[in-house]
Design a protein around this ligand. Structure first.
Ligand SMILES: Cc1ncc(COP(=O)(O)O)c(C=O)c1O
Length: 396
């Protein structure tokens, strides 16, 4: 109750006072629209919206102005008609599969890919009788051979995780499109700064925006960019499946993306230096980095990519224990999963993402005891190189 007759009570005022005016702000940055729903001035406005005569938001699962700013920015960077955000990179992949694959359909994926994506195919898509064929990455011949009547999608990362295989997207798209198969590229490792897969013929590009797009190891989000029609299919699926992001993460993503090109230039430069130094080091057995002439896809990478990214994978000439000692001696990179942030991160897949996998299973995917994945951050390159060399010496 209000003390002042004629004035609404404290709770009514606490809920409503000051809220409906919402003047157009002249803020330079896009505000965080922290709301789960949007109000209509009257029923005529609601009807106009339902009839498609006005564009606006209705409910938080279907859209938010902060996300929209990110979606427009990503679409622009990817050279896409449109883009849509998801709660995580995995959510982008699973929603895409559920939206685009028919019951009983067939999907082709590559063996070198984020493990959970393969796991989704094996454990969940089978429930919809969707069959998955796993092929060697970067082999257009194997891709062609795997396509059969009923194949509807080819999904691959490029570069892949952790061996940074680079797909010949124009060739893959030619082979797939001749047979009516859509091409979906997970461009998380590349970002639109290093490769624009849509321009090379892909139908859709996905991102774990958690990685380079966000760039600061402080948010989880996913994204897809492509033509109007395919993005509308995915937007509808997000609205039904519910894997939408939140306004705070969208704001962090928006802020992170403003420095994407600057960060990628540093990641590219440092990783190339690190890869060259590691390759020349006697304690390193092998380095995988698409910028090195020794990488199997170096020629493809040089043809398609403007930079080779910030991740370097390498195998030490050492056993499990000695490799762990090396990782422990590194002072700059954090031992942590993920990649693509300003902080360098280092991990051994055998004790991180493949920990629960039987030895034979992980070896099938090339995950040996001495494999290390390093995500070069934006620290000074000299410091990172010195740190790695010091750790290699100390861990003898
Ligand atoms: C290439 C790639 N795609 C997708 C994902 C999944 O992304 P998220 O962790 O944002 O769900 C990852 C995660 O590590 C990844 O490396």
């Amino acid at each position: 109750m209000s003390d002042d007759p004629g004035r609404p009570g404290d709770s009514t005022r606490a809920v409503h006072a000051g809220e409906r005016a919402q003047p157009q702000s002249d803020a330079v940055t896009t505000p965080i629209y922290q709301t789960s729903t949007y109000w209509f001035r009257d029923s005529a406005e609601l009807r106009a919206y339902q009839e498609g005569r006005i564009e606006r938001d209705e409910y938080g699962r279907y859209g938010n102005p902060t996300w929209r700013a990110v979606e427009r920015k990503l679409a622009d960077l990817e050279g896409a008609d449109d883009a849509v955000l998801f709660a995580s990179g995995m959510c982008a992949a699973t929603t895409t599969f559920l939206a685009l694959l028919p019951r009983g359909g067939h999907l082709i994926v590559t063996s070198d890919c984020y493990r959970r994506t393969r796991q989704f195919c094996r454990e969940y898509l089978v429930k919809l009788d969707v069959e998955t064929t796993v092929i060697e990455p970067a082999s257009v011949e194997k891709l062609e051979a795997a396509i059969r009547p009923g194949t509807s999608l080819f999904f691959t990362e490029s570069p892949t995780n952790p061996f940074l295989r680079v797909i010949d997207v124009p060739e893959a798209a030619r082979v797939c499109h001749e047979r009516g198969v859509r091409v979906v590229i997970d461009g998380t490792f590349a970002t639109p700064v290093n490769h624009r897969a849509l321009g090379d013929g892909a139908d859709l590009v996905l991102h774990s925006a958690t990685k380079y797009l966000g760039g600061h190891n402080d948010l989880l989000a996913g994204a897809a960019a492509g033509g109007h029609e395919i993005i509308e299919e995915l937007r509808k699926a997000v609205g039904i499946l519910g894997g939408c992001t939140d306004a705070n993460s969208a704001y962090l993503l928006l802020r992170g993306m403003k420095t994407l090109a600057l960060r990628m230039a540093r990641h590219n430069e440092t990783a190339l230096r690190v890869a060259r130094r590691l390759e020349a080091h006697p304690r390193v057995r092998r380095v995988w980095y698409p910028g090195l002439a020794s990488h199997p896809d170096h020629a493809t990478a040089r043809r398609l990519m403007r930079g080779f990214g910030g991740v370097v994978s390498f195998e030490l000439d050492a056993d499990l224990e000695a490799t762990m000692r090396f990782v422990d001696r590194c002072r700059l990179p954090y031992i942590a999963p993920s990649l693509g942030g300003v902080e360098s991160l280092i991990e051994m897949p055998v004790v991180m993402s493949y920990w629960d996998q039987p030895r034979e299973e992980r070896l099938r995917f090339g995950i040996t005891d001495s494999l290390v994945r390093l995500s070069c951050g934006i620290e000074d390159g000299d410091d990172l190189v010195a740190d790695l060399e010091h750790a290699l010496e100390e861990a003898r």
